[in-house]
Structure formats: structure tokens, C-alpha cells
Design a binder for this molecule. Structure first.
Ligand SMILES: [Zn+2]
Length: 429
């Protein structure tokens, strides 16, 4: 398996900025141990938040995948060189990357329904978490949410922390993603990315970040490789690798992901949806298609589990994550219209009064409004939060023709008067 990893040379490093000589090893636990040793308060905070997370998951119970809050995360990309490894990294590529990221979180990735039968029933999605490019910068000026800089490398190295802190936008208002072709600064141009777990000290220092390699963004290396972004955002939402701790308890602190004993490696994909391999140290089939595995090496990123989803939702209440999705911050970052109306009190409820189908669609779809509603209005926004379509709705069946919209991912919001009665995501493909 080492050969495969070397051949593809995708390595993820989370919560670490020190470079490992062996890029096949993630180094997460080592890096965290090291970080916590020099930052004991962060270690205490981390342990306390694990207690919160456990309590949150206990309270969520069976509703863990159906939260009633609209979570929008403002994102800014810092791009260092608009050609990386021969691949363009421009606005279009970044917008596609965001769209693909959201698709993975919603479970709309094309291979979502092909996972191994053992894990089909525990797939988890996060349909109410949306990542959106900021439309206002920290000074309140219009922005694309994408900042370009001259080609630079090495932002995975702590020696560059001062540069990162200087260029990052407020970590409590934006998720900062840094895109470089050589993240390590050592001439490794195929290293995929790194990330940071929730940590107040890092956010205070403007060092909460995700690092990505431009060669894998959007469709630059195919849709599968875009899952590297999903993997790193998973870390940003406090998810460990599925092989964290090997077979030792507590592993990745997620109840429904089987232990993995291949630290820093990958066993490859299941050969079929009913394959009996690969198995772990307890002879149990592993979840090789998990985003938090290294399965991108083998080309089988497909899913999060419900347990991971619960843990990720809990992370949004960490002091370093909570401020980002608050309505006041969405307004400050120009994204207030992604969760309009009732999000002010964070209590919107996905309505059963409205049905939108089919979804995904080819640009022609219908909205069924039940007889509790007399008249409504549809507002369709793109992934940048721009309104692209408005239409009055009547009780019963409404045909919506959005065929002129380009393929991609949109939000719909449906209002009765000023009251929002439905919200969701729409994919046109
Ligand atoms: Zn990772």
C-alpha cells in the first residue's frame, strides 16, 4: 500500500504545521501532542470540548442528522499563484470547489448511493451546513471571497505563521483557506492539504486555517480529488481521521466508524459494495469510503457517518466556530440572504408545506405548495449568494423553468409574505 501512496503522494496533515519527512504519515496525533505540550491551556480547552461534544451528541439522539438551524460558513480563499502545477486556479475553479464541497456535505456526490452495503444505513449528511464565498471583506467592502497573491510556498511550516496571520481574515468571521502548490515548501508539489481543529488560541492568533493544493481544486484533477477539500473541512469541524489511534479506544471519538489499524496509510477501496475486505484488527470491515479515511489515494471518497455528522455539528458550538454562522456575521460578510428571515433566531424549520422536485434536476423542476399556503414567492440564489431567479408561487403545483441557469448548486427560499416557509438546496446538472 505504501507504493500506492507514494505514487499518488497525497498526504493530509491536520493541526500541524511542522513538516514530516515521511509524507505518507499524517502526523495528526503527534502534532497535537506537540502542540498541546507547548499550549497546555489549549489541551484543557480541547478536553473540555470533548465533554461538551459527548453531551451534545447524547442530547441530539436520533435527530442528529436533522438540525433545525441554518449554518452558513463565510469562506475566503487566499490563492498563491493562479497557475499551480500547470492547473489554473481562478475564480471559476474556486467557485466549483465550493460547490463540490457543499455537494459532498449534502450527500449529493454522484457516488453517494454506491457505498458498501454495510455502511449504507449509517451514511450521514449535513444539508444545513453551507460554505459560501464571502461577499464583504473585513472592512465591509465588496469581495469575491478570493484573494490572489504572488506564488508562495511553505504555509504548512510554522516559520510562515507570521505571514499567515498577516494575510488571514478574522478567524471568527471567515473560514480561511490557503491555496499553494507546494504547501510544505520542500518541493512536494502533490501534497494535498492540511487543516486545523477548533482551537481558540489559534483563532485569536489568526492561525486557524485550511491549506489546499490548487492542482486538486474543483475539477482540476477530477471530482474525486476535490474530496480532499471535504476531508480538510472535516478536520476544521473537529473530525479526526477514521484511523486515529488505530484500534485503541477512543480512536476517532466517533461511535459508528470502525477502528482502523493502518496509521497514516490506506487499505484501498472495497472491491464491490458487498466486499468482505478490507478488515481491521478486530476482523471488522472498515469504512474505506469515508471522507476522513485516506481513501482519496484509492479514489473512493463517498461518505461521512451519522456519528461524524453529530460530532461536526457539535463543533459549530465551539467558541472558535460559533461566531462564524451567527446571523450578524452573515450580514457582516454579505451572506445574510443565504439564511434570511427566521434565521435571526436560528429556528427555521425545514417545512413540509413545500416540496421541491426533482432534485437534482436538469433545470426544469416543480414546487408543490400545500393548501395551508395561499401564495408565496420563490427566491433562488447561487453559491455566491446572488439572487438569480424570483417567481411568484400559487397554491398547488408550480412549474419552475430555470434551464437558463448554468449547472451548479443553488439555494432556494420560499416565502409566504415575509415569512420563510421553506429553504433548501437545489442542484442543476
Ligand atoms: Zn487528514
Amino acid at each position: 500500500m505504501k507504493k500506492i501512496l507514494l505514487a499518488l503522494n497525497i498526504v493530509f496533515i491536520s493541526n500541524t504545521f511542522s513538516q514530516s519527512n515521511n509524507h505518507n504519515i499524517c502526523g495528526t496525533s503527534e502534532a497535537m501532542d506537540s502542540y498541546y505540550q507547548s499550549n497546555p491551556k489549549s489541551k484543557i480547552d480541547h478536553d473540555n470540548f470533548e465533554l461538551f461534544t459527548a453531551e451534545y451528541i447524547k442530547q441530539q439522539g436520533a435527530n442528529k442528522s436533522s438540525s433545525t438551524v441554518c449554518y452558513v460558513i463565510p469562506v475566503v480563499f487566499h490563492v498563491y499563484g493562479n497557475v499551480q502545477g500547470g492547473k489554473l486556479v481562478n475564480d471559476t475553479v474556486i467557485q466549483r470547489a465550493i460547490s463540490l464541497l457543499n455537494k459532498d456535505f449534502y450527500g449529493l456526490n454522484p457516488d453517494f448511493n454506491t457505498v458498501h452495503t454495510n455502511f449504507m444505513g449509517i451514511r450521514g449528511t449535513m444539508p444545513d451546513i453551507t460554505f459560501a464565498l464571502a461577499q464583504l471583506d473585513p472592512d465591509g467592502n465588496p469581495t469575491t471571497g478570493i484573494e490572489y497573491y504572488p506564488t508562495t510556498s511553505g504555509y504548512a511550516s510554522s516559520t510562515n505563521w507570521p505571514l499567515i496571520a498577516a494575510e488571514a481574515w478574522d478567524n471568527y468571521k471567515y473560514m480561511n483557506i490557503f491555496v499553494q502548490n507546494d504547501l510544505s515548501g520542500s518541493g512536494n508539489y502533490t501534497w494535498g492539504g492540511f487543516s486545523t481543529f477548533p482551537d481558540t488560541a489559534k483563532s485569536n492568533a489568526k492561525l486557524t486555517m485550511i491549506g489546499l493544493n490548487g492542482i486538486y481544486l474543483g475539477y482540476n484533477s477530477g471530482e474525486e480529488k476535490s474530496g480532499i477539500n471535504t476531508h480538510e473541512v472535516g478536520h476544521w469541524l473537529n473530525l479526526y481521521h477514521t484511523f486515529q489511534g488505530g484500534c485503541a479506544i477512543p480512536g476517532d471519538n466517533v461511535a459508528d466508524t470502525p477502528e482502523c489499524d493502518y496509521l497514516g496509510g490506506s487499505y484501498g477501496c472495497h472491491s464491490s459494495p458487498t466486499s468482505t475486505l478490507p478488515i481491521n484488527c478486530n476482523n471488522v470491515l472498515i469504512n474505506a469510503e469515508n471522507y476522513m479515511d485516506y481513501s482519496s489515494n484509492s479514489g473512493c471518497f463517498k461518505m461521512f457517518t451519522q456519528g461524524q455528522v453529530s460530532r461536526a455539528y457539535a463543533s459549530l458550538y465551539h467558541p472558535s466556530r460559533f461566531p462564524l454562522w451567527q446571523p450578524s456575521n452573515l450580514i457582516a460578510t454579505g451572506l445574510g440572504n443565504l439564511c434570511p428571515g427566521t434565521n435571526i433566531n436560528n429556528s427555521f424549520v425545514a417545512s413540509t408545506k413545500v416540496l421541491v422536485y426533482p432534485n437534482p434536476n436538469n433545470g426544469t423542476f416543480e414546487i408543490q405548495i400545500n393548501n395551508e399556503i395561499t401564495v408565496g414567492e420563490l427566491i433562488l440564489t447561487n453559491c455566491l449568494g446572488q439572487i438569480v431567479h424570483k417567481q411568484k408561487l400559487i397554491q398547488g403545483l408550480n412549474k419552475i423553468d430555470a434551464i437558463k441557469l448554468s449547472n451548479g448548486f443553488y439555494h432556494y427560499a420560499i416565502f409566504e409574505g415575509k415569512q420563510q416557509i421553506g429553504i433548501g438546496k437545489l442542484v442543476i446538472e
